[in-house]
Design a protein around this ligand. Structure first.
Ligand code: SF4
Length: 262
């Protein structure tokens, strides 16, 4: 049962227990009782994803393996990162709050990245993917993922091989950990690269929530075109629901993921 808390913004608090393959994820979560846009629940959903992945990390460590990922290794920051619509809005908002010099660095890199993608015939395809009305499978995405990775384009937020937007990096970036030696990640297509299994993908969960709220497809937007997408669709971040309803919706999608895996 939710309990009411004294706060300037009234909150409902829920105790959760999610049965992940690596053990039960126990969490106490507070959400506003008021109506909020779906993008406001992004940090909370990412945090649930991170807690579930933590359980997986403990499991692999107990099996005698080590996570190789360290700050200063940005080898995986050259793949095409999928971003859910709520995350695209959050990213845009957070970037707008940064100092102008930092924002400009990102925008300058974005111009270069788009130019390279355009010359490689990929920019139009990424924009098309961000606007498609069809829900695409991992298999559908494979050719474009491969063509993008072949360019070895560093993410515009990568600085000195570290993420410069670490606190608000997309969920997909939080879900990539490997137990194989770090040098193997110089070629992410190498079958010797061993990623830690992910119990549920938060970008997909948020995308499915978005689809339910808007009646559109569960789209995932490629990161290089996510800020443009958020600009074009700014008025769509108006799907307000109570914090409790959004949380319930997110948990429903997470549980569906977990059922598939069991
Ligand atoms: S957002 Fe950060 S973690 Fe994600 S690909 Fe870019 S630099 Fe890497």
């Amino acid at each position: 049962m939710p309990k009411q808390q004294s706060s300037s913004k009234p909150l409902d608090t829920f105790r959760l227990s999610l049965p992940t393959p690596a053990g039960d994820l126990q969490a106490e979560i507070s959400v506003p009782t008021s109506f909020i846009p779906v993008s406001d629940i992004v940090p909370l959903m990412r945090s649930l994803g991170e807690q579930a992945l933590k359980l997986e990390e403990v499991k692999v460590q107990q099996a005698g393996q080590t996570i190789s990922c360290r700050k200063g290794c940005g080898a995986c920051c050259r793949v095409l990162v999928p971003v859910s619509p709520p995350e695209a809005f959050t990213l845009k908002k957070r970037i707008e709050q940064l100092p102008a010099s930092q924002r400009n660095r990102y925008f300058q890199r974005l111009v270069t990245v788009k130019d390279t993608l355009s010359k490689a015939g990929l920019l139009g395809r990424l924009v098309q993917l961000s606007e498609t009305r069809t829900q695409l499978s991992d298999k559908d995405m494979e050719p474009v993922n491969q063509a993008y990775y072949a360019q070895r384009l560093p993410c515009i937020f990568l600085e000195d091989e570290a993420c410069s937007i670490y606190d608000f990096r997309p969920a997909a970036c939080r879900e990539y950990l490997v137990t194989s030696p770090a040098e193997f990640c110089q070629d992410m297509t190498d079958p010797a690269v061993k990623p830690v299994s992910v119990p549920f993908r938060i970008a997909t969960v948020l995308s499915l929530m978005w689809a339910k709220l808007t009646g559109g497809p569960a789209r995932l937007i490629p990161l290089p075109v996510a800020l443009d997408w958020a600009d074009r669709h700014a008025d769509e971040n108006q799907s307000y629901e109570t914090g409790g309803t959004l949380l319930e919706m997110g948990l429903e999608k997470i549980l569906a993921f977990l059922r598939q895996r069991s």
